[in-house]
Design a protein around this ligand. Structure first.
Ligand code: SF4
Length: 389
C-alpha cells in the first residue's frame, strides 16, 4: 500500500532521479569538517575503479531516468578531467540519462583556466565552489587552503570561461567572526554575481579539530545571538538583491535553484556511490561504509559494503515534514496525505495549528510554510511537529 503511494507521488510529481558520486580526496583537512574524506592518495586508482564497479552493479537501484549528476566530496576538483570523463562514460553507458544539471564541487585552488575549459566541454554546467569566507583570517582559522583573492579569481575565471550557474558555499558564526566581517562576505558574494549561495551556520561536530580546539579553550563558539543576527542579515541582504531563499540555507536567483539538492528536499529517489555515500529509493536508505580501504576490499570481495534501514511510515513522515518546511513553499498537505495517510495528515494539522495562530506559520491554500518570524525558530517548530512514538 505504501509503495503505491510513493509510486503515485513520483509518477505525478517527480519521475526523475539524482545520482551522487562521493569523491573522498582532500589536499588538506578543514578544521570544521566531518565529511568522510582523506588526504591519503595511495589507493586512488583502486578507489575510482571501485566506484565504477558500484555504478555498474547498482544500475537497477533507481528506476527513473537520471536528471542530475552531482560530484561531491571530499574535493571532486582533485580529479583529473580524464578521471571525470571516465566516470561520466560509465554513467552514460549504464543509466538512462536525461541530464539537466551536472554539478562539480570545487576548491578555488584547483580551478585553472584549462581545467575549467575541460570541465565545460565534459558537460559540467554547474560549479559549487567551496569559498566559506572572503576573509583571509577566517580562512586560516579553519585551515582552508585558498585565500580570499584566489576565491574571487576562481569565480571570475569560471564566469569568463562561460559558467553561468555558479554556487558558492559560505559559513557564518566562525570563531572571532564579527557581524561587520560577515556583512563584507555577503557583499563580496553579491558583487561576484553568482547565481546561487549556500550558507550554513558553523556547527561543532564530534571529532573535528575545531571541536577539540574549543574543548581545549583555544577558541570560543560564536554567541547564539550573534549567529542569529548573521542569519537575519544574510536573508535580508540577499533578498534585497534578488536572491530567493528557496530553502532555509539556500538562496538562488530565479531559475537557478539546485535541481539536485531540491530532489533531496522533495523526497525524490537518488543513488549515491562511493565511500560514505547515501542512497534513497522511496522506501529505504542505504549508506556506504565511510572508509576507502574497506570500501575497496569489500567491493573486490563481493561483501556488503553498506548499511541499510527500511523506513517506516512515521520516519518518512518526520523526514518529509523536516525537509518540506525548510523549503520556501513549505509542506503541501495534499501530498502529505497521499504519502502518509489521513491519520498523519490530521496529526500534522492538529500540531501546526498553534503556530498558525501565533503567525509563525502561514497557510496558503494547501501549503504550510514559515513566516519571516517563524523561520528563526524553525528547528524548534519542526521538532514539535515530529511524530513521537
Ligand atoms: S570541507 Fe571539503 S575540502 Fe575541507 S576537509 Fe571537508 S571535504 Fe575536504
Amino acid at each position: 500500500m505504501e509503495i503505491n503511494h510513493f509510486c503515485l507521488f513520483f509518477d505525478n510529481f517527480a519521475p526523475m532521479a539524482g545520482l551522487y558520486l562521493h569523491i573522498p580526496f582532500c589536499e588538506s583537512r578543514c578544521y570544521y569538517c566531518d565529511f568522510y574524506s582523506s588526504t591519503f592518495k595511495g589507493n586512488r586508482d583502486l578507489l575510482l575503479s571501485s566506484i565504477q564497479k558500484e555504478l555498474r552493479e547498482r544500475r537497477q537501484y533507481i528506476k527513473e531516468p537520471v536528471r542530475t549528476i552531482y560530484f561531491g566530496g571530499g574535493t571532486p576538483s582533485q580529479l583529473t578531467t580524464e578521471e571525470i570523463s571516465s566516470l561520466l562514460q560509465t554513467i552514460f553507458d549504464n543509466y538512462d540519462c536525461r541530464v539537466e544539471e551536472l554539478t562539480l564541487e570545487a576548491n578555488p585552488e584547483d580551478l585553472a583556466a584549462d581545467y575549467l575549459q575541460a570541465l565545460k566541454s565534459l558537460g559540467v554546467n554547474r560549479l559549487s565552489i567551496g569559498v566559506q569566507s572572503f576573509d583571509d583570517e577566517d580562512l586560516k582559522r579553519i585551515n582552508r587552503r585558498h585565500t580570499a583573492q584566489k576565491a574571487i579569481e576562481a569565480v571570475q575565471l569560471a564566469q569568463q570561461i562561460g559558467f553561468d550557474n555558479i554556487s558558492i558555499d559560505l559559513i557564518y558564526g566562525l570563531p572571532q567572526q564579527t557581524l561587520m566581517g560577515w556583512k563584507k562576505n555577503i557583499q563580496q558574494t553579491i558583487d561576484l554575481n553568482v547565481q546561487h549561495i549556500s550558507a550554513y551556520s558553523l556547527t561543532f561536530e564530534e571529532g573535528t579539530m575545531l571541536t577539540k580546539m574549543r574543548d581545549r579553550g583555544e577558541i570560543m563558539e560564536a554567541d547564539e545571538e550573534l549567529s542569529f543576527e548573521m542569519f537575519k542579515l544574510l536573508r535580508q541582504t540577499l533578498s534585497e538583491n534578488g536572491y530567493v531563499p528557496y530553502e532555509i540555507s539556500n538562496f538562488a536567483l530565479p531559475g537557478y535553484e539546485s535541481k539536485h539538492n531540491s530532489s533531496y528536499w522533495n523526497y525524490v529517489p537518488y543513488l549515491g556511490v562511493g565511500p560514505s555515500a547515501h542512497s534513497f529509493d522511496g522506501q529505504s536508505r542505504r549508506w556506504n561504509i565511510a572508509n576507502s580501504r574497506l570500501y575497496i576490499s569489500k567491493m573486490a570481495d563481493g561483501d556488503t559494503y553498506y548499511n541499510m534501514e527500511m523506513l517506516d511510515n512515521f520516519t518518512r513522515y518526520n523526514e518529509y515534514v523536516m525537509t518540506g518546511l525548510r523549503k520556501k513553499e513549505g509542506v503541501d498537505i495534499a501530498v502529505l496525505e497521499t504519502l502518509f495517510g489521513k491519520d498523519l495528515r490530521d496529526y500534522f494539522l492538529r500540531m501546526i495549528d498553534a503556530y498558525i495562530k501565533e503567525e509563525k506559520v502561514i497557510k496558503e491554500g494547501q501549503h504550510y510554510y514559515f513566516s519571516e518570524d517563524g523561520i528563526f525558530i524553525s528547528d524548534y517548530i519542526i521538532e514539535e511537529l515530529f511524530w513521537m512514538e
